[in-house]
Design a protein around this ligand. Structure first.
Ligand code: PLP
Length: 395
């Protein structure tokens, strides 16, 4: 027996492989610092949990309308105003997480043979779903000198007559980069000139430290060619609830809903009521989390930059930093994959190699700093000792 060949087009996330290796070490009795998996370390806010439980008790246990509970679609559309996006419920399709919204976008927008511009380094699932939909991912680099902002000129250079879509992820996983307002405008102009779709993954949209929420869909002429992918996992610490959404032109929401009906029918009804409470209730848990993340970011970036051979830009958003460790790798004669693997086995610090996010990640690591401060301090101590051991600077 054999499976369909299309399964061979799918990629995966290295984070789960490293998590598996870290769990093995824990089973053997070691205490591991987890900086590999990208999820908030705070619990879901209690009023959100309460709303979910109440919804179950109130009998919200049946199918919901396929595109989502109307009150939630309304609330999502209203919340987008904070990023300058004008939307109404008819633009919103609720999904079981942001990832399914991304999958729907790929299946709905990409024709076989289409070239799709994807960030490198970038979330590995972009390349995977583009290939699965029959498209060809074309990497564009980020400008490390400007905090990993998208490099507009480099994107323009990669445009061909086959280019159909541009994937943006701002704030960006794995680097925490954001775009300056004028870059976003230049990208919008490029998309309109070439008649591209923009798939804009904004799952970290509320986690930025410059207090300037934005979206390319807010710019003139962009709502009609942008598919926003977003969700509740990161902002409201709801990774296990599985709740996300796509925001798109109203005419597209209908066929996308048909895709959803063919796949999951609808998103869990009680979970949608929890999401409604998250969006419409107090936001202090989010504000508190972002303030806490900022302090953790500063601690980690300072500690990394104090290690000989490591340079780390200050990330503007999300909860990752992406240090350049090329200086250390060169002295030690290691690849970033070997460095990450040995750091885990020898010092019990779990991080991801930059290349888990594409070839552009070579020479880097990704560290998720959404964890307790003592864990970050342990990670820094482990890194310092490891670097001293493998790449001692000759006297
Ligand atoms: N997009 C990016 C850039 C992510 O980092 C993640 C999660 O790691 C997702 C999408 C998926 O989020 P969700 O848990 O809502 O499916």
């Amino acid at each position: 027996m054999r499976s369909a060949t299309r399964l061979g087009d799918l990629g995966t996330e290295q984070a789960y492989v490293v998590l598996g290796a870290a769990r093995e070490l824990e089973r053997a009795g070691h205490a591991v610092v987890h900086l590999e998996i990208g999820e908030p370390d705070m619990p879901t806010p209690p009023h959100v949990v309460e709303a979910g439980v109440r919804a179950l008790r109130d009998g919200r246990t049946r199918y919901a309308l396929a595109a989502g509970v109307p009150e939630l679609r309304d609330a999502i559309a209203s919340a987008l105003a904070a990023r300058g996006v004008r939307a109404s419920a008819e633009n919103v399709v609720v999904t079981p997480g942001a990832k399914p919204a991304l999958f729907l976008a790929a299946l709905a927008l990409i024709e076989p043979g289409d070239e799709v511009l994807c960030p490198d380094p970038g979330f590995p699932i972009y390349e995977s779903v583009v290939r699965f939909a029959g498209g060809r991912p074309v990497y564009y680099p980020l400008d490390e000198a400007r905090g990993f902002a998208p490099d507009v000129a480099a994107i323009a250079e990669r445009a061909t007559p086959r280019t159909r879509s541009l994937i943006l992820n701002l704030p960006h996983n794995p680097t925490g980069g954001v775009a300056a307002a004028r870059d976003l405008e230049a990208l919008a102009d490029l998309a309109q000139r070439h008649d591209w779709w923009v798939i804009s993954d904004e799952v970290y949209g509320r986690i930025r430290f410059d207090g300037r929420p934005d979206s390319i869909a807010a710019l003139p002429g962009m709502a009609e060619r942008t598919f926003i992918v977003d969700g509740f996992s990161k902002t409201y610490a709801m990774t296990g609830w599985r709740l996300g959404y796509g925001v798109m032109p109203a005419w597209l929401a209908e066929p996308v809903t048909t895709l959803l009906i063919n796949n999951v029918s609808c998103t869990a009804t009680f979970v949608q009521y929890a999401g409604l409470a998250a969006l419409t209730g107090p936001q202090d848990a989010v504000t508190g989390m972002v303030a806490g993340l900022r302090a953790k970011r500063d601690l980690l970036v300072r500690g990394l930059n104090a290690i000989e051979g490591i340079r780390c830009a200050v990330p503007a958003g999300a909860f990752y930093c992406f240090p350049d460790i090329a200086g250390v790798l060169e002295r030690a004669g290691l690849s970033c994959e070997a460095f990450a693997a040995r750091l885990l086995v020898e010092r019990h610090v779990a991080v991801l190699a930059g290349t888990a996010f594409g070839p552009g990640g070579a020479g880097h690591l990704r560290l998720c700093y959404a964890t307790e401060v003592p864990q970050l301090e342990r990670a820094l101590a482990g890194l310092r000792a490891f670097v001293r051991g493998v790449a001692a600077v000759p006297a």
